[in-house]
Design a protein around this ligand. Sequence first.
Ligand SMILES: Nc1ncnc2c1ncn2[C@@H]1O[C@H](COP(=O)(O)OP(=O)(O)O)[C@@H](O)[C@H]1O
Ligand SMILES: [Mg+2]
Length: 244
Amino acid sequence: MLKMEGVQKIYRTDLVQTHALRSLSLEVEEGEFVAVTGPSGSGKTTFLNIAGLLETFDGGRYTLDGKDVSRLSDRERSKIRNVKIGFIFQSFNLIPDLNVYDNVDVPLRYRGLASGERDRRIKEALERVGLASRLKHLPSQLSGGQQQRVAIARALAGSPRILFADEPTGNLDSLMAREVMNMLEEINAQGTTIVMVTHDPELARRMHRNIHIMDGQASDFEDRSDAPVDRIAPRAAAAAPAVG
Ligand SMILES: Nc1ncnc2c1ncn2[C@@H]1O[C@H](COP(=O)(O)OP(=O)(O)O)[C@@H](O)[C@H]1O
Ligand SMILES: [Mg+2]
């Protein structure tokens, strides 16, 4: 599903160069639910942003869903991103003066989908995260856990093949964090590949595999084959036809 070989990213300012990724090589298989862990500043967010085609990189090769996406134009990148990729952030990134329904609608409008199709996707996604009765609420009228579920619905409404989450439970108490994690497990079980950065060892243990990033390199592939079988998602999605 996702393969990086020797990926490098250098942030340059007038004064300093930061090697955010030195030579990152890793692979994520279709249907996996993978945790990305590592100390602060090790390059986890940089990796996720490159993987999600939000950022470009300076060296190496990146293959996503069978296509070399190393050297694409901004336009080509955003086209793939809109159709194949969903993002969830620590800070939810909802628009404060739009209600729940309209927040989920934003990326669908951006994709230019017809209103009937958008309406169907919005309601279905909010149903999946248990917020079908909150369509008219503003983000400020919801708990943190509910806001993150709106953000998950917004990502799901685009029917992504892969979901990237950057510390999605970082702003939540442990009860809400577990609720969001349960939801992500359910989404993964229904076929969506998920790559999630987390600091929470309890959550990381629940995933199929941990990739540890250290100093801009994936230094450690921890095999989670000892995980209980019922936590391994069905690989049925691998047989499904590719969309987009
Ligand atoms: N936009 C940026 N400009 C300059 N340096 C950056 C930028 N984003 C990240 N960095 C640097 O790159 C390194 C990796 O950052 P990041 O990927 O955010 O780490 P993590 O998510 O693991 O905490 C850090 O040293 C950080 O300061
Ligand atoms: Mg980060």
